[in-house]
Ligand binder design. Structure first.
Ligand SMILES: C[S@@+](CC[C@H](N)C(=O)[O-])C[C@H]1O[C@@H](n2cnc3c(N)ncnc32)[C@H](O)[C@@H]1O
Length: 230
């Protein structure tokens, strides 16, 4: 089904946030990375500015920069109003306040938009969607997926999550997913069955506590790789 822009919350995160959410080391940042569901994150743009190459895949990239920007400004006030109303559901350490969060989301969007058309032409922003990716087996060293899998457990089924994770593991040697909570701040009901499923298929899964927590209780990242690999 074609993506409708009015169903998307075009909020993106920065390189600093990706580094913290995924515990990315300097060596990790030098590896071949694919960011799936990267949306309007500035991760790709900031990595490019550092001379590192990231491939970002998202169905959002069917839209132009102007369309994505219009959508952001159509929803930002309402989303920030909801955040302020539920201030206790959020941890104000990485971002110090709702005002700072808003300013940083705008800054992130601006960095993304400034890089978007050029990055699309250069093949760094690719239209695509889980659970099927157009890449050969093990094309990447690390696949990152932030604020999509598990978070939208009420919208996407267990089978979708399973197929998506196995597809990410097909194209990358290691997969990292953050957060593991749903939008309702509950652990995803899919997590434990998927960990069993992955373990019985020969994968090693590790839940790591990371130095990023905005959703209260959401400071865990799932790292998956083939058992036996270091
Ligand atoms: C909340 S945004 C997260 C953006 C970015 N990862 C970040 O954390 O800043 C969720 C993204 O998931 C994307 N998305 C929706 N359906 C998808 C699918 N089937 N496969 C991959 N991405 C999808 C949306 O377009 C949106 O950009």
């Amino acid at each position: 089904m074609a993506m409708q822009l009015d169903q998307v919350v075009p909020f993106g995160r920065s390189l600093d946030e990706y580094r913290a959410m995924f515990s990315l080391s300097p060596d990790d940042l030098d590896s071949e990375i694919i960011g799936v569901a990267d949306g309007p994150a500035s991760f790709n743009a900031e990595m490019q500015a550092l001379g590192k190459r990231v491939m970002s895949v998202d169905p959002l990239y069917v839209f132009s920069a102007a369309e994505i920007e219009r959508r952001f400004y159509a929803v930002v006030d309402e989303i920030m109003r909801q955040v302020e109303e539920t201030a206790n559901d959020w941890v104000w350490t990485f971002h110090q306040s709702p005002e700072q969060l808003r300013a940083r989301r705008i800054q992130t969007l601006m960095q993304f938009l400034a890089d978007y058309e050029q990055g699309k032409a250069g093949g760094r922003y690719v239209i695509g969607e889980l659970p099927r990716l157009d890449y050969s087996d093990k094309r990447f060293e690390i696949a990152l997926c932030s604020h999509f899998l598990f978070l939208y457990s009420d919208h996407f089924s267990y089978e979708f999550h399973r197929a998506a994770l196995f597809e990410l593991l097909r194209v990358a040697a290691e997969v990292r997913v953050f957060p593991l909570l749903t939008l309702a701040l509950k652990p995803s009901p899919y997590l434990m069955p998927l960990l069993e499923d992955l373990a019985s298929s020969g994968y090693q899964c590790e839940m790591r506590t990371v130095l990023y927590e905005l959703q209260r209780g959401g400071n865990q990242m799932l790292c998956i790789k083939r058992a036996g690999l270091t």
